[in-house]
Write a protein that binds this ligand. Structure first.
Ligand code: SAH
Length: 209
């Protein structure tokens, strides 16, 4: 139930649902999602569903992870990327297989520790985790070619827009109650915004915990 074969079946379902980016699909075939959930839920790790990871948070649904990564990549090769909301570390691991350098920030200290423990055996050299309020971004590492939010705020936080490199793309769930996926691109003249499908994410919260 946690084998490579099961994982490949998950990837086939993602393909059937319309994910086309082979780089993203290969990354999802590579990362063992069952290592990021409690043992009691491991048998459900390759279902296309969000699962609880404690602290009222969830590991994102595989289809949504794949869709967001595909949109953020837009067929470019990604240099430096920021993830807001490390959670259990799963998406950070997938990101590390599609971008040169990944920074992931989490506001719940105990969850960050959990992510560190989950990620340690995978020995991912191009991933750095940070503790803090991701709505402020990560100024020391900016600018980013891609920014991905795993939690929904009322709007896209301004510091994140400012930390986007020219030509960079940000993908985020936006909205309180009703949420939709928003794709922002930084152009030489400013920003363009596309509103995409309806989604359901945990809320983006302020400060550290
Ligand atoms: N990326 C995870 C999903 C985690 S759920 C995965 O791979 O499945 C979203 C996470 O965002 C939660 O852990 C939550 O604590 C975190 N979060 C919410 N607001 C945040 C903020 N302002 N800064 C950093 N992390 C935040």
């Amino acid at each position: 139930m946690t084998s490579q074969r099961t994982r490949m079946r998950m990837v086939e379902r993602l393909r059937e649902k319309g994910v086309k980016d082979e780089t993203v699909l290969a990354a999802m075939a590579h990362v063992p999602r069952h290592l990021f959930v409690e043992e009691a839920l491991a048998h459900r790790a390759y279902e296309d569903t969000a699962l609880p990871i404690g602290f009222e948070q969830t590991i994102s649904q595989p289809f949504v992870v794949a869709l967001m990564l595909q949109l953020m990549r837009g067929d470019r090769s990604l240099g430096r990327v920021l993830e807001v909301g490390t959670g259990c570390g799963y998406q950070a691991a997938v990101l590390s297989a599609v971008a040169k350098e990944v920074y992931s920030i989490e506001r719940i200290a105990q969850l960050l520790e959990k992510a560190r423990a989950n990620l340690r055996p995978l020995r991912i050299p191009n991933l750095r985790l940070a503790y803090g309020d991701g709505a402020k971004g990560l100024l020391d590492a900016a600018p980013f070619d891609g920014i991905i939010l795993a939690a929904a705020g009322a709007e896209v936080p301004k510091p994140l827009l400012e930390q986007l490199a020219p030509g960079g793309r940000l993908i985020a769930p936006v909205g309180i109650g009703e949420q939709e996926l928003v794709l922002v691109e930084r152009t030489p003249k400013g920003y363009t915004e596309q509103r995409l499908s309806a989604v359901k994410f945990v809320p983006l919260r302020e400060g550290k915990q």
